[in-house]
Design a protein around this ligand. Structure first.
Ligand code: PLP
Length: 442
């Protein structure tokens, strides 16, 4: 291994145990298709599509060339009261890709920004319609909606909230749907749990009054909190309750968008159309930061109609909204998804992926295996008094053996690029099985 020509100290790493990492770093040097190359030259099979974003695999020439070309043509263009072709083209493509009349897209630079943008649009929309008192935002326990203040407020991961006291005040949370007693070892959507959506109607609406509630935001499949697959009928029920009470439904599809579940979106897969949808990650195959919030026609039209002619309709945006490089990357990514039919490929691979991961059920300390599309969660029994330690050890050993997995607490998440093939699925799950046996035998 070449000696590093840089020091590790000054970079404050996100969501990382900095001191532990810097004592035993895991550094990636390059990537191609299904593999990273570690700094010591070892290939590492990417079992997580980076951070759930590299859906078409790494360093795809079509995308990298498009970025290169764009960088030499229009590197940046201001986007307030000015335009350039990229975002108009991507918005048009999203309109074709998304189900229902989610026809209008606002661009951001990340999932977190998409979430905060969606929450702001929801509030502004109600105000535009003369219902400005609708300010309460409903999230869900164990939800992850990024790291910005709005997303953390509606999010439901205690560790992400506890240090930051002053979150949004007018927020409530639905219960999560994870229940090992009823749902463990489900293949696909669990049969139990649709009734948990009724908490919206039975507790939250009576407590706050529907007329004060702006929106409900959920991940259709909760990813970062440990792969929680929606129970059959759950999302449909949330949609019906929101419709009944004039509450907007926001799907955070930052992870589930762009083929992860074997369809363009979870909304399409489940046949439940939200009013707003948050996208990011796979929109550029992870190459250039980009996010989007796509809204239904009625949301956009109400916002337009409420503002006087020739005035700004929404006082919101980012310097890099619809950045030319991000748009070039996105257009090439969307072409690649289409040409290689990657969403259908994910759907076709899902049954063999399901069989492979459920074979882990018999291994020591495995208390649950759950899956949908090309996502799986494998939950381990915690080491007493050391939450997360068992899964982290498994993560560390898998990396040593050339496989990247992801862990949250004691849950392992697998979400490989959609170009994975059967032998690679076998390597991914086989290595994980070996490590689970080894760590149990210690
Ligand atoms: N929403 C969901 C559902 C996510 O999974 C994530 C990131 O994993 C985010 C939002 C935040 O995205 P970003 O890290 O790009 O800000």
């Amino acid at each position: 291994m070449k000696p590093r020509d840089y020091d590790l100290e000054a970079f404050w790493m996100p969501f990382t145990a900095n001191r532990q990492f810097k004592a035993a770093p895991r550094i990636l040097a390059s990537a191609k298709d299904m593999h990273f190359m570690a700094e010591d030259g070892r290939p590492v099979l990417d079992g997580t599509a980076g951070l759930w974003c590299v859906n078409a695999g790494h360093c795809r020439p079509r995308i990298t060339e498009a970025i290169r070309e764009q960088a030499g043509t229009l590197d940046y263009g201001p986007i307030f009261q000015m335009g350039h072709p990229g975002p108009f083209k991507v918005a048009e493509r999203l309109k074709r890709l998304l189900p229902g009349d989610l026809d209008y897209s606002f661009f951001t630079n990340s999932g977190s920004e998409s979430v905060d943008t969606a929450l702001k649009i929801a509030l502004a929309y109600h105000r535009a319609r003369g219902e400005g008192q609708r300010r309460i935002l409903i999230g869900r326990e164990r939800g992850y909606h990024g790291a910005n203040l709005g997303g953390v407020s509606v999010g439901g991961i205690p560790a992400n909230r506890k240090a930051f006291g002053n979150l949004l005040a007018q927020v409530d949370h639905l219960p999560h749907t994870h229940n090992l007693e009823h749902n463990s070892f489900s293949r696909g959507q669990p049969a139990w749990g649709a009734h948990l959506a009724d908490e919206l109607e039975n507790r939250i609406i009576p407590l706050h009054d529907a007329s004060n509630i702006a929106a409900v935001i959920v991940e259709p499949l909760a990813g970062s909190t440990g792969v929680l697959v929606p129970p059959k009928g759950y999302l449909e029920r949330l949609r019906a309750i929101c419709d009944k009470h004039g509450i907007l439904l926001i799907f955070d599809e930052v992870i589930t968008g762009f083929g992860r579940l074997g369809a363009a979106t979870a909304a399409e897969l489940f046949g439940v159309i939200p009013d707003l949808i948050c996208l990011a990650k796979g929109i550029t195959n992870g190459t250039v930061p980009m996010g989007a919030v796509s809204v239904r026609k009625a949301v956009f039209e109400n916002m337009m109609a409420a503002a006087p002619q020739d005035t700004i309709e929404l006082f919101h945006g980012y310097t890099y909204s619809g950045h030319p490089l991000a748009c070039a990357a996105s257009l090439a990514t969307l072409d690649l998804y289409e040409e290689e039919q990657l969403f259908a490929r994910a759907r076709d691979l899902a049954p063999s992926f399901e069989n492979a991961v459920h074979a882990l059920a018999e291994l020591p300390h495995v208390v649950d295996v759950r899956n949908l599309g090309l996502v799986a969660g494998i939950e381990l029994e915690p080491v007493p008094g050391k939450p997360g330690a068992r899964a982290f050890e498994v993560f560390r050993r898998c990396f040593e053996k050339g496989v990247l997995i992801r862990t949250t607490g004691d849950i392992i998440a697998l979400s490989p690029p959609l170009i994975i093939d059967q032998p690679q699925i076998d390597t991914l799950v086989g290595t994980l099985a070996d490590v689970l046996r080894e760590t149990a035998a210690r």
